[in-house]
Structures are given as C-alpha cells and as structure tokens.
Design a protein around this ligand. Structure first.
Ligand SMILES: [Zn+2]
Ligand SMILES: [Zn+2]
Length: 258
C-alpha cells in the first residue's frame, strides 16, 4: 500500500502545510482519506484525477477535513471525458449522509451527480465497526474522542498490510487497539507539548499511544505552524518506534520484508 500525504497541516494558513488529506493506493485502487481545502489541487500534483477515485473516506466533518468535498464532487460530475459512470462510495461516521444532502441543497443541485451515485456508508459512532472497500481493503473503525461523527481508521489489505489513522482525537483507548502493530500509523500531534485540551493529542500523549500500540512506523501529522515539530518528533521517537514528521507530497510504501 502506498500512502501519499496531501496535507499535513490544519485549518491555519501555513506556507508549508495544507489542510488534511491523504491518498491511499493499493494495486489499482485509489482511496482519498479526508479532503481539506486544497486537496483537489494536491491530488492533481500526485497524478490522480478525482474522477478515478474508488472511494472517499472521512474521519469527521470539521471543515479542515472536508472543505474540498463540494469541489471534488463538482469536479467529478463535470469532468468531460471520460465521464464517471460508476458509483462513488463514501465511508464516514453516522451523520455524513445528512451532511452531504445539506451541502447538495446549499449548492442548489449543482452537486447532484447525473451519471453516477454518491453512496454513503455510515459507520457506527458507538462501537468498533467494519466495512469492505474497493480493492478488498478492510476498513476497521472506532469512535474517536473528538467532535461528533469522528472516527479512527485502519485499512488492511488481503496480505495483512495495515495503515492506521488517528483522525483528530484526544486520548483514546480505542486508538491503541486500532493502531496496534500497524505498518504505518498516521497520528495527529496537534497540541503544543504542555497543552492537554481533551480533543487533540500532544506529543507526550502520542508517545503513550505508540508505546502501547507498537506500530512499525509512525507519521506525525495535523501539525500547527505554532510550535516546534522537532521536539514532538523527538518525544515520540523516544519510544523506539521509527517516527517521522508528515510533509505535503510525502510518499510512503507499507510492505513487509519477504
Ligand atoms: Zn477536527
Ligand atoms: Zn483537524
């Protein structure tokens, strides 16, 4: 599985980091995970036309994570040739279908696809849930400690390769389970070191999750421009698990040694 970081930042303007978005590719299958503003352009930079996406997956409905949803649907609907004819599945927490419907109403029907359907699959916000995605990827989810509708995500290929995403979250036991042994664990590290706001993670809290979950590799993301990410990196790397800072355009391949 190949992971491309489309946006490693937040809602704040940052010359280096865009709003959250990730491309996950497995064989011929391409999934978009979150689509903050600028995702449409950065997908293009990654060489992927949104018309060809096999599914979209959302961690939650905050604007920094889905600001480009309308732009993506509009692009896919109006792309001239070849037009998309197959349905586009969207996986997200309960409430996303209503969110999409309201968005379609707000744009006066301009987001109503003519030749395909947007098929929303809503996952539980009360308990772990599971769906089988295109490419026979299994998506496991668990409720995150963040806003309404927020999920942790774990994608597993038939060969057992796994990529897990914290999404936005405060400390969460479910996250330790979902990230356990993941080949790549993409974890938000949004808070400065001594801030313990309950719905995001600081580096010390990320280190606790990593120490319990023991993934093979950690990618720190959702990085604000306001504090020093090198200190965050050092704090998480002290667990002994290889850790890097996400950057826009970064590509990582999750595989197992033969
Ligand atoms: Zn959020
Ligand atoms: Zn966010």
């Amino acid at each position: 599985m190949k992971l491309t970081v489309l946006g490693s930042g937040t809602y704040l303007p940052d010359p280096q980091r865009g709003a959250p978005g990730y491309l996950l590719q497995h064989g011929d299958t391409a999934l978009l995970i979150d689509s903050g503003s600028g995702t449409l352009q950065r997908l293009g930079r990654a060489g992927v036309n949104p018309v060809d996406l096999d599914a979209m997956v959302y961690t939650h409905r905050h604007v920094d994570h889905c600001g480009d949803l309308a732009a993506l649907v509009f692009h896919i609907q109006h792309y001239p040739s070849p037009a998309r004819l197959r349905d586009l599945p969207i996986y997200a927490g309960l409430g996303f279908a209503e969110h999409l419907e309201l968005l379609q109403q707000a744009f006066d029907g301009a987001l109503e696809p003519a030749h395909f359907e947007l098929v929303v699959h809503e996952l539980s916000l009360d308990r772990p849930d599971q769906a089988v995605l295109p490419g026979r990827l299994t998506l496991d989810t668990a409720p995150a400690n963040h806003a309404a509708g927020a999920l942790h995500l774990r994608f597993t290929s038939t060969a057992g390769i796994t990529v897990a995403f914290s999404g936005d979250t405060g400390p969460s036991e479910a996250l330790e389970q979902l990230a356990a042994g993941a080949d790549i664990f993409v974890c938000e590290c949004g808070l400065p070191p001594h801030d313990d706001y309950p719905h995001h993670l600081n580096a010390k809290q990320v280190a606790q999750v990593v120490a319990a979950a023991r993934p093979r590799r950690v990618v720190l993301t959702h990085l604000y421009p306001r504090h020093d990410p090198q200190a965050d990196l050092d704090a998480v790397a002290a667990t002994g698990v290889p850790t890097i800072l996400a950057s826009d355009g970064m590509e990582l391949v999750a595989s197992r040694p033969l």
